[in-house]
Design a protein around this ligand. Structure first.
Ligand SMILES: CC(C)(COP(=O)(O)OP(=O)(O)OC[C@H]1O[C@@H](n2cnc3c(N)ncnc32)[C@H](O)[C@@H]1OP(=O)(O)O)[C@@H](O)C(=O)NCCC(=O)NCCS
Length: 154
């Protein structure tokens, strides 16, 4: 993994501009706006984690959502800058969210992923996520989603 060249920490208000810029650069639709990032930073049911490089530049982020009374968490989004891909950062963010989920007593994580997003599907499958369903026309442009899940038992 990218190791000591980067670190993971909770997102804070000072990260907002960089988060929005990353979202713009990485996604062509269904983007989160500053207001939503801000909401998740402040919400007790959101875990918004950022990866920063040695120079403190934002390299990626990931967002886990929890719901009161549910032991199932949801990975809402994960993104790594194009320059930082392929060095284990996505995997590191994912594993970090899983450990936060376990710490909150969650037993399962679910997510949706575009059927045409081979990179993200590959990331999730390598990390032990399985397809268990689909959602038709889930995205703004009409693309379908796979639903994936992973149990957090030992
Ligand atoms: C998906 C994404 C987060 C992966 O980040 P990354 O830092 O490049 O991923 P990693 O280097 O940690 O790779 C993790 C695993 O996924 C696999 N993987 C990554 N990109 C892949 C690709 N394009 N095709 C197939 N598998 C891929 C790797 O083989 C790796 O497996 P390994 O650990 O067994 O070697 C990154 O490509 C990204 O930001 N994409 C755009 C945003 C996006 O689509 N987000 C997901 C939808 S919300």
């Amino acid at each position: 993994m990218a190791g000591d060249a980067m670190r993971l920490r909770p997102a804070r208000a000072a990260d907002l501009a960089a988060l929005v810029a990353l979202e713009q650069a990485v996604f062509s639709g269904d983007r989160m706006a500053a207001r939503q990032f801000r909401h998740h930073m402040d919400s007790p049911s959101g875990e918004l984690v950022v990866a920063v490089g040695r120079d403190r530049a934002l390299l990626g982020y990931a967002l886990l959502l929890r719901r009161r009374g549910s032991r199932v968490g949801r990975i809402y989004s994960i993104a790594v800058t194009a320059q930082a891909r392929g060095s284990g950062l996505g995997r590191g963010l994912l594993e970090h969210l899983e450990s936060l989920a376990r710490a909150h007593g969650l037993t399962e994580i679910r997510l949706e992923v575009r059927k045409d997003n081979a990179g993200a599907i590959g990331l999730y499958q390598r990390a032990g996520y399985e397809i268990f369903g689909e959602r038709a026309a889930y995205y703004e442009d009409g693309m379908d989603a796979w639903r994936m899940r992973k149990g957090l038992g030992d």
